[in-house]
Design a protein. Sequence first.
Length: 101
Amino acid sequence: MQHRPRIQKGVSRAATVRFVIDGIELDAPAGESLAAALMAAGIGTIRHGPMDGQPRSVFCLIGLCQECLVEIDGMQIEACRVNVSAGMQVNRLRPMDPIKP
Ligand code: FES
């Protein structure tokens, strides 16, 4: 996925914060959804399917489909339901990682 620049005209955003996903440092406006920040950074594959290992990305963007499930501080949560914050440590799920209820 290509880098997707954010709309600039007529939009004000919070200060940029740095977070880490799989050891990669990224910057995004504080409070932006993690899913949006990843898409803006060109990270389209947010996890891999547990059964087929196929790449998955955002679908519903309202926390229902779980296609954007990630792990933050040992807890699994949908990337579209969490906001970026400074120092956030994110790990993408691998195909054999169990989905925690
Ligand atoms: S995109 Fe569906 S839960 Fe996040």
